[in-house]
Ligand binder design. Structure first.
Ligand code: SF4
Length: 249
């Protein structure tokens, strides 16, 4: 299936702000879909969510946290036992290593607590900028804007950024908003990406931002091209079938 190219230029600052205001109105109560009871559980859930859906993580974590309810317990876990509990999450060997190592670091360096600074979070095994941003913003209410695959895609489609790295996207989007909205904007873009601005085929006809979005005409063109290719392919298959029937007759 042909990829939908991103717009080559950013929209004006005024349009960008209007787009974000519309998303805020559309997703006013946006929060993380991950289920957690404390910062430790959130940290582990976010590490597990790499290349895995939040729904799958939510199915996995109850048994994991029942077996290892705190950093001290997880720090002394046997890796094969942890792997078995999280194996449906993908990359489970690496993730098991990381969550056990992170739990050890929490126990040894932070008295079993999740640290509240970016520097300390990013020093934990398996924790990069995105994971640290989610923990800072969701668990501690800090101004941080995490860029995951949905945020990256939707921000590009809306023309909020042309950045080629998550950090560049983060800088472009946060420059459009007051700090108090950064953590909410992350959820607006994720929810929009999951529900409407989907990766292979965005549902532009249902999109509240359509009239402003520079990708709407690009998506329409790409869908038309896909439909034409589909029709041409079906015609070719029909022709092959009729030639083969004729040659058997
Ligand atoms: S109009 Fe289409 S491409 Fe633009 S944000 Fe909406 S769903 Fe995505």
């Amino acid at each position: 299936m042909a990829e939908i190219p991103f717009p080559k230029r950013k929209v004006s600052r005024a349009i960008a702000k209007e787009e974000l205001a519309l998303l805020e109105t559309s997703y006013p109560d946006a929060v993380t879909a991950l289920i957690y009871r404390n910062p430790f559980e959130l940290l582990v859930a976010v590490i597990l969510s790499a290349q895995c859906t939040d729904a799958r993580v939510n199915l996995t974590t109850p048994a994991l946290f029942a077996a290892y309810p705190n950093p001290k317990a997880l720090a002394s876990a046997r890796l094969p036992d942890v792997e078995r509990l999280i194996q449906s999450c993908g990359f489970f060997r690496t993730k098991a290593k990381n969550i056990v190592a992170a739990a050890r670091a929490l126990s040894e360096r932070h008295a079993g607590r999740v640290p509240e600074t970016r520097e300390e979070l990013e020093a934990l095994p398996g924790v990069g900028r995105k994971t640290a941003s989610v923990v800072l913003s969701v668990a501690f209410g800090e101004a941080a804007f995490a860029v995951d695959t949905h945020v990256f895609r939707v921000a590009h489609r809306l023309g909020l950024t042309t950045g080629t790295t998550p950090l560049a996207v983060e800088r472009d989007v946060t420059a459009l908003l007051p700090e108090a909205q950064w953590r909410h904007a992350h959820h607006w873009l994720i929810l929009h990406g999951r529900a409407i601005c989907k990766a292979p085929t965005p549902l532009c006809e249902r999109c509240p931002v359509r009239s402003l979005c520079p990708s709407a005409p690009i998506v329409a063109k790409t869908k038309a091209a896909r439909a034409n290719r589909g029709a041409a392919g079906a015609g070719a298959r029909r022709r092959v079938r009729s030639i083969s029937k004729a040659s058997k007759a």
